[in-house]
Design a protein around this ligand. Structure first.
Ligand SMILES: [Zn+2]
Ligand SMILES: [Zn+2]
Length: 344
């Protein structure tokens, strides 16, 4: 079968290769991939600038859905034809404090599908059966491919951040993560301001369609002034950073109110200067979130099924696997939003 393979560490070293079709071990499920999303971190894998562990040669792709075609001898829960999606934490230690307390998404020994184990940019993918989640009947395969990023956002916005109806929430970075986070903040009853740059104009428009009360293009307007104006000078109750831009992080510490909450989802990929005293002076609650675990998948799939989170406006392109380069390019130059690869 054809597969998009990262065949060596470092920049580049990704190509479409012919690899042998895998078969499941006793506890594993073989999934025929129907949709696989290209994630920002796939670009980092391509460029070789990600801190997460990669073991080449490895088939990339960690946001996917498909149909079960074969199960291992000790798998009884799944059968051929089941419509499914899958978690990505294929290996965790099971012994550390995060693992023992259900937070295996931050296990130091975590090894991911699409990074360490073969992923979904191929016709078939093998996953441990415990990672598999059923796709609700009314959730399409394309939408199902967004259940991984959605579960990440549920972790950050729904579980970690306390948002009450009427809370003033600022979300920076209107990519797929920002647009999912925006919808979750709205679902919790927040008043949401979505912030982006000039190249994000189209994405900010999608944000308005998805419920953003106000959108701000920082190349034209000062978000600090706008937030201050809308909150009688108090500042935002909650700031959710999805862009990974140091400038957005700094502005978050400024425009969040005294006693407010700051949640980081985006990764800047570098050290930068920040006035951290704001945390003390303003008594901020600062949180981070990384990846997802079982309860967040369950909640995300329910919300997709109930229509509380919409994915269609986020899907900009559906391309055959062979056009992976074009798809990566569209994500890189922001011409695309969520690009889905479809192995034939
Ligand atoms: Zn991802
Ligand atoms: Zn662990």
């Amino acid at each position: 079968m054809e597969a998009v393979v990262k065949y060596a560490l470092g920049p580049g070293n990704v190509e479409l290769r012919d690899v042998s079709e895998p078969s499941p071990g006793p506890d594993e499920v073989k999934i025929e991939i129907k949709a696989a999303g290209i994630c920002g971190s796939d670009l980092h894998i391509l460029h070789g600038d990600i801190k997460l562990l990669i073991r080449p040669p490895v088939i990339m792709g960690h946001e996917f859905s498909g149909s079960v075609t074969e199960v291992g001898s000790s798998v009884s829960k799944w059968k051929p034809g089941d419509r499914v999606t899958s978690e990505t934490s294929a290996q965790v230690c099971g012994e550390c404090i995060p693992c023992r307390t259900g937070n295996y998404n931050v296990c130091a020994e975590k090894r991911l599908i699409g990074y360490w184990f073969n992923g979904a940019f191929a016709k078939y993918c093998i996953v441990p059966s415990r990672l598999v989640h059923r796709l609700p009947d009314n959730v399409s395969y394309a939408a199902g491919a967004l259940s991984e990023p959605l579960a990440c956002c549920i972790n950050a916005v729904v579980e970690k951040t306390v948002i009450l109806p009427g809370d003033f929430v600022v979300v920076t970075g209107p990519g797929p993560i920002g647009l999912l986070s925006l919808q979750l903040a709205k679902a919790k009853g927040g008043f949401a301001v979505l912030v982006g740059t000039g190249v994000d104009e189209k994405r900010l428009g999608i944000g308005r369609e998805l419920g953003a009360n106000v959108t701000v293009n920082v190349d034209e307007e000062d978000p600090l002034k706008i937030v201050s104006g809308l909150t009688n000078g108090a500042g935002a109750d909650i700031f959710i950073e999805c862009s990974g831009s140091p400038g957005a992080v700094r502005s978050g510490f400024q425009l969040v109110r005294r006693g407010g909450q700051y949640t980081q989802i985006g990764l800047t990929g570098r050290s930068f200067e920040l006035d951290f005293d704001n945390v003390a002076y303003k008594e901020l609650t600062v949180r981070g979130s990384l990846g997802q675990s079982w309860p967040y998948w369950k909640r995300g799939l329910k919300m997709l099924s109930q229509g509380q989170v919409k994915t269609e406006p986020l899907i900009s392109d559906i391309l055959p696997l062979q056009q992976w380069k074009e798809g990566f390019g569209k994500v890189e130059n922001k011409e695309g939003l969520k690009v889905i690869l479809k192995p034939e």
